[in-house]
Design a protein around this ligand. Structure first.
Ligand SMILES: Nc1ncnc2c1ncn2[C@@H]1O[C@H](COP(=O)(O)OP(=O)(O)O)[C@@H](O)[C@H]1O
Ligand SMILES: O=P(O)(O)OC[C@H]1O[C@](O)(COP(=O)(O)O)[C@@H](O)[C@@H]1O
Length: 718
């Protein structure tokens, strides 16, 4: 026994001693997941723009949880208890494991660190990696929920295929970008160009200025305009509001251009000056108050000439374009043409000659507003989060009626070229199958699909949910429509099968809090980026990277986005998925793994034949997502040949031996349910340590995952 553990024994009394005496349980690892409102330390700080756990900044260590690990049973040099969290809480951020290297005695390189300057530090989780089936065959684990329950995303899967490893994406290495920002201080344009260090991406982001103090009236006298273009999305209004107010704050004249490029071409009342109040009371509204359009004229030089003439009338030489890749491509073309267009207008006597000196260039900054999340270069586009909420709400509603009538439902979601919405909706609703354009199903998908659905029914499921992206295709590139899927199911299985096309409902309605904030943050950053531009600057897109506002070169992003389509056209699915980014790959792998009906058959055991017992429990008040976490844990544990126990009723259950061995099918359909199926209680284990230790010994538990609030820390401190 180490010196440190002896000391802790003295502090904690007999229960701890029991753990150490349990010869058949050489060690125990405790891990905890924060859940719900009972985990205030993880509350995102939306206002500052940095949604990390304050652990990163306030210097306080997180609660520690292990009951000491003297003989580490698993594979790392010295395995310790960890605290799992979503790194930087970017919606597509990494799941990371947090702990202090100084506490663990490990070096950063052993931890595969993210190189953050957090007081706690993080190292990258293994989410999305290809994981050999049955790697930890024989081990046991248990799960419990405790504290407040929480509604969360967990992970279903899709095809009957085994997961195949994807190539490691080259563009993004571990996020080592974050910590170059200095504390809040005055901003002036000559200072503050922070580069994000050591990125391996071909698209290199530059850190934005969010969080810095900005001097008012810094750009007094400049003119700028904002417009929305292409398909609208929820959160565009928030971005417009933010652009207008930041522009005014900096002393600029700010104009609205109504109806996208069409308004720019038509001019007149489409271009009007904005005031502070003209954007009041819009942050909560869906759509775009300044209108959006698709405009043929602007694709032609003649149209762009008219647009330039209209902008020159107001001496507008700074544009914030809120739209998709098409709109941003158009903006880039406009910028390239600008000098020639101005000269042509002067030559034709349509604008005074002085305009050339006054407005020699036009500067462009883009914000991506699209529900599809199809733009390379940003983790999330404005509107995606809201669309996902709509889809999940609708799917939950469909599930209830499908259940009554024992029906299969094929739900079509938007995404002409991108499967993000379908895939993530599939994950979050535990759909039985999910069709996306980037990863078409095997050629015999009809048989596989029907086999899977039939098997589910034979195991007692009353319904089936299949999600089809609007742009889903098969391996030959032919569309897989919702109607085709319906036909296959009806003809083969004779199930009562209905199609629900969610359509524009997904794009309408009020934005979620996330999209409102995303619009706000991106809009403000866009104005700063715009004002800092020089005639030589390339147009940029303001994007979210992890949870940081960054600027990325517009055309590189557009090219990468178009490359995904090219890869799909060439039926190069691996490349298409890879180009979509690591988070997309992770989602896909997780979906494929966890949606399987049974544990995959492989017998590989990378743990060298060890048998491990795992347990999971919930603690504290219930919080959304607890069941989803349990489902993922149980299935992954089983996949690694562990024995997995669910511990009922928090610490009390732990002390009373309320352990239930969990099987793969026991957690089916757990994702969409709030609360805690294991049962959770707000209670401290302080008076139960002896009994807890006996239970752990009795069930020979090697590792325990606690999902809950602060209560989990008490056991750890023992
Ligand atoms: N290559 C281009 N040149 C000029 N304008 C373009 C170009 N591509 C798109 N646009 C303009 O942007 C508008 C919106 O583009 P679109 O692709 O329909 O939507 P999104 O911006 O949502 O991708 C088009 O109607 C057109 O006016
Ligand atoms: O409203 P429209 O013009 O029918 O467009 C529908 C398309 O627009 C989208 O909602 C969003 O696409 P973009 O934002 O990329 O333009 C797609 O998912 C959908 O296929």
């Amino acid at each position: 026994m180490s010196a440190s553990s002896s000391k802790k024994d003295e502090e904690s009394g007999g229960g701890r001693q029991l753990l150490h005496e349990a010869s058949s349980v050489p060690s125990i690892m405790l891990q905890s997941l924060p859940a719900g409102a009972g985990a205030p330390e993880f509350t995102p700080d939306f206002t500052s723009g940095y949604m990390d756990s304050p652990y990163c900044y306030d210097g306080n260590p997180p609660p520690r949880f292990s009951i000491e690990a003297e003989t580490p049973p698993v594979t790392t040099p010295r395995t310790q208890d960890v605290f799992l969290t979503s790194e930087r809480l970017g919606r597509r951020g990494n799941i990371s494991r947090r702990r202090s290297p100084s506490e663990t005695g490990l070096t950063w390189s052993q931890l595969a660190p993210l190189k953050r300057s957090d007081t706690q530090g993080s190292f990258v989780g293994r989410e999305g990696e290809y994981v050999q089936p049955m790697t930890y065959s024989g081990r046991s684990l248990a799960v419990f929920t405790s504290g407040g329950d929480s509604q969360a995303l967990s992970t279903p899967s899709m095809s009957g295929e085994l997961p195949t490893p994807h190539h490691e994406e080259e563009e993004k290495g571990p996020d080592d970008s974050g910590d170059t920002l200095p504390p809040l201080r005055d901003f002036s344009p000559s200072r503050h160009r922070f580069t994000l260090k050591s990125r391996k991406d071909s698209i290199i982001p530059v850190a934005g200025k969010e969080g810095l103090a900005i001097t008012p009236q810094l750009y007094r006298g400049r003119s700028m305009a904002v417009f929305t273009s292409g398909g609208d999305s929820q959160g565009m209004n928030s971005a417009v509001r933010s652009v207008v107010r930041m522009g005014l704050y900096l002393g600029c004249r700010v104009f609205f251009i109504h109806e996208g490029y069409q308004g720019m071409v038509d001019g007149g009342n489409n271009i009007i000056e904005a005031s502070w109040n003209s954007v009041s009371d819009i942050i909560q509204k869906g759509g775009t108050i300044i209108g959006s359009a698709r405009c043929k004229d602007f694709r032609e030089r003649a149209g762009r000439l008219k647009a330039a003439e209209n902008l020159l009338q107001h001496s507008i030489t700074n544009l914030v374009c809120i739209g998709g890749d098409g709109s941003l491509t158009g903006a880039n073309q406009f910028r390239k043409d600008w000098a020639g267009l101005v000269q042509e207008l002067i030559d034709a006597g349509r604008v005074p000659a002085s305009k050339l000196a006054e407005c020699p260039n036009i500067q462009i900054v883009g914000l991506v507003g699209s529900i599809d999340n199809d733009f390379c270069g940003t983790d999330m586009t404005i509107g995606t989060d809201t669309a996902l909420h709509r889809i999940i709400e609708a799917t939950d509603a469909v599930v209830s009626t499908a259940q009554s009538h024992q029906r299969a439902f094929v739900i079509e979601v938007m995404g002409r070229h991108c499967g993000y919405l379908a895939l993530v909706a599939g994950l979050a609703s535990e759909a039985d199958w999910c069709f996306i354009p980037e990863w078409p199903p095997p050629t015999n998908w009809r048989e596989l699909l029907c086999e899977k659905l039939a098997q589910m029914r034979s195991e007692g499921n009353r319904l089936n949910i299949i999600i089809v992206a609007e742009g889903a295709i098969d391996r030959d590139g032919s569309p897989i429509s919702a109607e085709l899927v319906q036909k296959v199911i009806t003809e083969t299985l004779h199930y009562d099968t209905r199609v629900t096309v969610l359509g524009h409902v997904q794009r309408g309605g009020c934005p979620t809090a996330f999209d409102r904030l995303l619009g706000c943050r991106m809009g403000a950053e866009a104005v700063l980026a715009l004002m800092e531009m020089t005639p030589e600057s390339e147009p940029c897109v303001v994007s979210i990277d992890g949870n940081q506002m960054v600027r990325v070169p517009l055309m590189q992003c557009v090219e990468r986005t178009q490359a995904v389509q090219k890869a799909m056209d060439n039926k190069d699915w691996d490349t298409a998925v890879r180009l979509r980014g690591r988070s997309f790959q992770r989602n896909l792998e997780t979906y494929k793994l966890l949606t399987k009906l049974h544990i995959p058959k492989e017998k590989v055991n990378l743990a060298g034949g060890h048998t491990f017992n795992l347990a999971i429990m919930n603690v504290g008040a219930p919080a959304g997502g607890m069941n989803a976490a349990v489902r993922s844990f149980v299935r992954l544990g089983l996949y690694h040949h562990c024995k997995v126990y669910g511990v009922h009723n928090s610490f009390e259950g732990l002390a009373n031996g309320q352990f239930k061995e969990m099987k793969w099918g026991d957690v089916t359909n757990w994702v969409m349910h709030g609360g805690s199926f294991l049962g959770t209680q707000k209670q401290l284990p302080t008076k139960m340590f002896d009994r807890i230790a006996k239970s752990l010994e009795h069930f020979k538990i090697h590792a325990l995952l606690m999902v809950g609030g602060f209560e989990v820390s008490v056991l750890r401190r023992v």
